[in-house]
Design a protein around this ligand. Structure first.
Ligand SMILES: [Zn+2]
Length: 383
């Protein structure tokens, strides 16, 4: 009898304490340092298209692919709620997700993901326009230019930055800046604009001359050569915060430039590069401001698509950065507060938005490489 009582007490104590013990084992959090930040922004207007052409199975002449570097769910939420609850981006109706893993790493870098978006082939982190065996992979401009399409890239990073470089360079090391610039003259681009004048001038003279033989190089968007040149490289003085409306204004310029030169149409890649850079620095205010700047470039693309009727616009990201979370917001006041749980990239899926004919093909969960392969298919390219 006494034994039974003792056993019961032991069993009872085990029952009482087991959940605590198990709980401690299974839910003990990994130590994560959270970096917080908040912002008040002046709200900007957004644009809502008519959706008249959205999802129609009609001919696509032009594709504009906008890549928000590091633009995950957190950055979209932060930008949208800080801006009174809407962005041109979130006014769109076709929504999907993109998986970003690279060939050799579950968490991609911008070189591997940029290459997947530019070629339809997954490669190793650090590689630009090369497959894991270091063989060159054909990029979208190389497929399209011989068919009569004019192709361009625009970025708030340096031109040798991984995302723009993925559309013209073939280098196994993303850090080989001079080699990447030296790939520009032999590329299939008609238009390129990114940072900066100073970076270009720091290149070997032979590289500068080779670029100038192939392209008209200008430092000012009002240069008369913008109207008369056959191929253009426009290098701003700065792509940093002091760049003003460089990204949205040059998106308009690029669309105008390419649409006058592509016999059959054009392909343009526009990168909002500094969302990622702010998230790496755990700068919440900068993340929101860069999102709003990127949204103005998106608006320029959507307005053109609406007017043109044969332009497909796709907006996504190469990866998420910062494990960025919106923690509080007051849309009426333009207030948003957030938390970063990382200083690096994460493997989370990123959102995709699309507008224009055949947009529906992107409203699903897909790989980054699938996005490029669908674009090539829509242009009628057989790989
Ligand atoms: Zn990054």
């Amino acid at each position: 009898m006494r034994n039974t009582i003792r056993l019961t007490a032991a069993a009872l104590s085990a029952l009482l304490f087991a959940p605590l013990w198990l709980g401690a084992q299974s839910t003990e959090p990994e130590e994560v340092k959270a970096y917080r930040g908040s912002v008040y922004v002046e709200q900007q207007s957004t644009y809502t298209p008519s959706f008249r052409i959205d999802g129609k199975n009609t001919r696509v002449r032009n594709v504009i692919l906008l890549i928000g570097d590091g633009m995950g769910q957190g950055a979209v939420n932060a930008g949208m709620y800080a801006n009174g609850g809407s962005l041109t981006l979130t006014n769109l109706r076709t929504i999907g997700y993109v998986r970003t893993q690279s060939a050799d790493n579950f968490t991609t870098d911008s070189a591997a993901s940029g290459t997947a978006y530019a070629t339809g082939v997954k490669t190793n982190n650090g590689y630009l326009g090369k497959d894991p065996a270091k063989r060159n992979i054909t990029n979208i401009p190389e497929y399209l230019a011989p068919l009569g399409y004019a192709c361009g890239v625009l970025s708030t990073d340096d031109l040798n930055g991984a995302t723009p470089a993925a559309f013209f360079a073939h280098q196994a090391a993303r850090g080989d800046k001079e080699e990447i610039w030296a790939d520009l003259p032999a590329s299939s681009l008609t238009f390129a604009s990114a940072g900066t004048q100073a970076t270009f001038e720091s290149m070997p003279l032979s590289t500068q001359e080779a670029i100038q033989r192939r392209f008209k190089v200008v430092y000012n968007p009002a240069d008369p050569a913008v109207a008369t040149s056959e191929r253009l490289v426009y290098l701003p003085k700065s792509v940093n915060l002091d760049r003003g409306d460089y990204l949205p204004a040059t998106t308009e310029l690029a669309i105008d430039y390419l649409s006058r030169r592509g016999r059959k149409g054009f392909f343009l890649m526009v990168e909002g590069a500094r969302i990622d850079k702010c998230e790496h620095a755990n700068d919440f205010e900068g993340t929101v401001k860069e999102m709003l700047d990127f949204d103005k470039a998106i608006e320029a693309a959507i307005r053109f698509a609406e007017k043109d009727g044969h332009t497909l616009v796709i907006i996504s990201a190469d990866h998420e950065t910062g494990a960025t979370i919106l923690s509080r917001a007051n849309p009426e006041d333009g207030f948003a507060a957030g938390v970063f749980a990382s200083k690096g990239h994460t493997p989370m899926m990123v959102p995709l938005f699309a507008y224009g004919p055949r947009s529906g093909e992107f409203g699903c969960i897909q790989e980054n490489s699938d996005v490029a392969n669908k674009i090539l298919q829509i242009f009628g390219v057989k790989k």
